[in-house]
Design a protein around this ligand. Structure first.
Ligand code: GLA
Length: 394
């Protein structure tokens, strides 16, 4: 029997509480078309929401506590709202890791609004998702968006979508402890069908950019390498620190403030590795701007080279690719993809390929064959459709 994440969230809620939820809210995962590791450098990104969503069914409780359960982890977590401040950030290990996302959102919303825990009602939340976890498609932002939307309405906070995205990022940075930027939360909150969100991560100005994939007969293929990554540890934070060092050394508030013309000076002042990190961010920002212009002027079939150049920059300058991602990109291009690149934070996760509808099967088979030949696990290959952002479903 096939079920939907909304039905799964309702079922789980019924099993948890024996009652019907007050409402169900959902928010999508995202794929990033281009603009990687530019968000925390105050730069530009061009992500889109995908049709895979996380649903949160919410019910009220009279005892000032918050309980969270999910279909992707058996561990249920429950805590008094008044104790969230004791939990985050120092005692986050007291709850299961997955629960730090929804509980972190509740904490961030209370912090952001300055409301006392006693001023809001306790809640039960049952969460179900079909966003692949660890695939670089932002299952975390999908949880944050669904829970933030549910609590915003239930607690009558009156926050707008950008403020909810900011609360989600705060949860991720401070409660979960992953030093990520704002791209994923903004994409999940603001997504639109067949469009990407062109976001200036300094001003948070967001413009909807028509992608026109459907009209052009194109599909966006995701090749999930099944190499799991985590941004709370390791490489992500190191890259971020290198970018901050680069900006400090060059005397700018953020790498966003550099252009291609600044690169010769950067090369003189920075050590070789830091220079390559900086060069990735500066050239990637330019590629986002070029992609937006190309989409508007020439349509989606013309952006292939920009996607390929982005991947090369992440592989060679930013060094966040892995052999599985490189193999996915090469196999897709060899099988006729218009463009391909890894998407998301890197060190695993997924690649995306822009492919003519007639070539999808060929690209899918080519990726599987290349992985088998290299001795990698079989990749998950599927198409995604640019879709709507967070909403109330029932
Ligand atoms: C992760 C982070 C985002 C962004 C990307 C890289 O998805 O959550 O904020 O930094 O990596 O572009």
């Amino acid at each position: 029997m096939s079920t939907t994440p909304e039905a799964d969230a309702r079922d789980l809620f019924a099993r948890l509480t024996g009652a019907e939820p007050e409402g169900v809210w959902s928010s999508p995962g995202r794929a990033n078309l281009i603009g990687e590791h530019t968000d925390y450098n105050d730069g530009f990104v061009l992500p889109f929401a995908i049709e895979h969503r996380t649903h949160a069914a919410l019910g009220l409780r009279g005892d000032g506590r918050i309980r969270v359960a999910s279909t992707f982890d058996d561990a249920v977590a429950e805590v008094a709202l008044a104790d969230l401040d004791r939990l985050f950030p120092d005692r986050r290990g007291d709850v299961p890791e997955w629960a730090t996302y929804p509980l972190g959102v509740a904490w961030a919303l209370l912090r952001t609004t300055g409301l006392a825990p006693a001023a809001v009602t306790g809640v039960d939340l049952a969460i179900a998702s079909d966003v692949p976890v660890g695939a670089g498609l932002s299952s975390s932002a999908a949880i944050e968006g669904a829970v933030a939307s549910a609590l915003n309405e239930t607690w009558d906070l009156g926050l707008d979508r950008v403020e909810l995205a900011q609360a989600g990022r705060r949860a991720e940075n401070e409660a979960v402890g992953a030093p990520t930027g704002i791209m994923d939360q903004m994409a999940s909150m603001l997504g639109q069908p067949d469009a990407a969100i062109f976001l200036d991560c300094r001003t948070l100005d967001a413009n909807v950019v028509d992608l026109g994939f459907a009209r052009a007969g194109l599909e966006l293929v995701v090749i999930d390498t099944r190499v799991k990554h985590s941004h709370a540890t390791g490489g992500y934070g190191e890259r971020r620190a290198a970018c901050e060092l680069g900006a400090r050394t060059l005397g700018v508030p953020a790498l966003r403030d550099l252009s291609l013309d600044d690169l010769p000076r950067a090369e003189q002042l920075l050590d070789e590795t830091t220079f390559r990190r900086v060069r990735h961010v500066v050239t990637e920002n330019q590629r986002v701007l070029d992609t937006v212009r190309t989409l508007r002027e020439d349509g989606p079939r013309a952006i292939g080279e920009l996607l390929v150049a982005s991947h090369a920059s992440m592989r060679d300058d930013f060094e966040i690719s892995v052999p599985e991602l490189d193999t996915a990109v090469e196999a897709a291009l060899a099988a006729g993809a218009i463009g391909a690149r890894m998407t998301g934070g890197g060190f695993g996760g997924a690649a995306i390929a822009l492919v003519a509808r007639a070539d999808v099967a060929r690209v899918t088979d080519a990726a599987a064959a290349a992985f088998q030949a290299a001795g990698f696990r079989t990749p998950h290959v599927f198409t995604v459709t640019p879709s709507a952002g967070a909403r109330r479903d029932g």
